[in-house]
Design a protein around this ligand. Structure first.
Ligand code: ADP
Length: 424
């Protein structure tokens, strides 16, 4: 919609032609026009610099500028101002070229009447407004696109940096722990030799010192082996393959048969899915979590239950239950409306000693333990290994627990299409 009074700047050196146009516009009752007339391009540019006009009616033969040059000058200085050029008879080619260069329309002076002029002015302004809005939207879009590209580039770079530093760290842990084994085994051998030859020949304190050295070397060996195991998880990740989790769990239960029998634990499980995973590593996750559920059992007869549910990956976690801020919650999480992509969430629930919510994140860090070695043996690497494996599969791991009541460890594995394989 145009506003009531349209401000026109008429650039026309011929006074008679200008008067005629003013007359014609005065005749037009369909809209109000405020017309200002100048004779030279220089004057026109000076007026445009001082005031805002809705449109310029531009004659192409001016005393100080000729032909399309006048048009180019106005358009280059005022790109959002609509311009209608005024041509003489037989100037068709010039008129077409003017429109191609950016004029909104052209009017042949001798053929102009009120209706034609008003319509041309009106359409010129509207067309220019639309094309300006479009140009602005395009510019904004291009800007947003540029920002997005920059953001993607920066994220990719940060990810590459992170991958590189992770790889370096893994390499360092691997080399360091590998190289530490040799001198440690030398210390251990000589300490054993000392124990064999001189136990009971020195005083009581000396025997105690020898025992401390032997204990220390065994612990140190265990730590180094665990550190090596941790750094190997990243190095030796197998290709994912269709993995029947029920078959895998049964194999793991077979491996820990002795611990199950000793602790009199009752283990139950629901039907488990087939997922795309590295079976060796996924088996390690099940085993570490089951080992812990047995190790950290409470006074009650121990019970462990394993189950799995499939749900949307855009899952809405209730407050306090998201893996990122993992803390206690008994509210069952709700499902998002959007159903794809999906993931399998496994849970291993025990009725053991439980964990204080303050430690829900700390326990996944390498060598972080909540108990002394004399209370519960271990090195604090099991959950860190689980986290590395699960995250390597594109999933997450977290815990929900209450001190004295038991814990549930959850981990997710993306639900990818299971490629058919021979024998599956
Ligand atoms: P480790 O068992 O060798 O200490 P983990 O990394 O497996 O190492 O576990 C880290 C800590 O998390 C344990 O020291 C223990 O305090 C706690 N934890 C793990 N699993 C359980 C569980 N099922 N119940 C109670 N505490 C647990």
């Amino acid at each position: 919609m145009l506003h009531n009074s349209v401000k026109i700047l008429l650039v026309e050196d011929n006074s008679a032609e200008a008067t005629l146009l003013v007359e014609i516009l005065t005749e037009a009752h369909t809209a109000k026009f405020a017309l200002e007339h100048v004779k030279r391009l220089e004057e026109a540019l000076a007026r445009l610099a001082q005031e805002c006009f809705d449109i310029v009616l531009l004659d192409l033969t001016l005393p100080d500028s000729q032909g399309l040059e006048s048009l180019s000058t106005v358009i280059s200085q005022y790109p959002s101002l609509p311009v209608v050029v005024l041509t003489n008879m037989n100037d068709d080619r010039l008129a077409v070229e003017a429109v191609r260069l950016g004029a909104q329309d052209y009017l042949v002076k001798r053929l102009v009447n009120a209706e034609l002029l008003v319509r041309s002015v009106r359409y010129a302004i509207e067309r220019k407004q639309v094309s300006e809005a479009l140009r602005k939207a395009n510019a904004e879009l291009a800007q947003a696109n540029g920002r997005l590209k920059q953001e993607i580039f920066e994220r990719q770079r940060a990810q590459e940096d992170l991958q590189r530093s992770n790889a370096e760290l893994e390499e360092f842990a691997y080399v360091a722990s590998h190289d530490l084994q040799q001198p440690l085994s030398t210390i251990s051998s000589w300490a054993q030799m000392l124990a064999m030859r001189y136990r009971s020949q020195l005083d009581e304190a000396a025997d105690k010192y020898i025992d401390h050295i032997l204990d220390g070397t065994v612990r140190m060996q265990q730590l180094i082996e665990d550190l090596l195991a941790y750094s190997r998880v990243g190095r030796a990740t197998q290709e994912s393959e269709p993995t029947n989790c029920e078959v895998l769990l049964k194999a793991v239960l077979g491996r820990i048969e002795h611990a199950i029998a000793q602790s009199h634990v009752t283990i139950t499980y629901d039907s488990l899915p087939t997922v795309m995973a590295d079976p060796v590593n996924l088996g390690q996750v099940f085993q570490n979590l089951l080992d812990n559920a047995i190790k950290y059992r409470g006074e009650d007869p121990p019970r462990i239950h394993i189950s799995a549910v499939c749900r949307s990956r855009e899952y809405i976690y209730p407050e306090n239950c998201h893996p990122d801020n993992a803390s206690a919650s008994s509210t069952p999480p709700s499902l998002s409306q959007n159903s794809s992509p999906r993931e399998w969430v496994f849970s291993i629930t025990d009725n053991g000693i439980g964990i204080k919510s303050d430690y829900f994140q700390r326990i996944f860090v390498v060598f972080q333990r909540l108990h002394r070695h004399s209370e519960y043996p271990g090195t604090g690497i099991g959950l860190a290994i689980c986290q590395k494996i699960v995250e390597g599969h594109g999933g997450r791991i977290w815990v929900k627990s209450e001190l004295g009541k038991g814990s549930t460890f959850f981990f997710s594995i993306p639900d990818r299409p299971v490629a058919p394989s021979i024998g599956n």
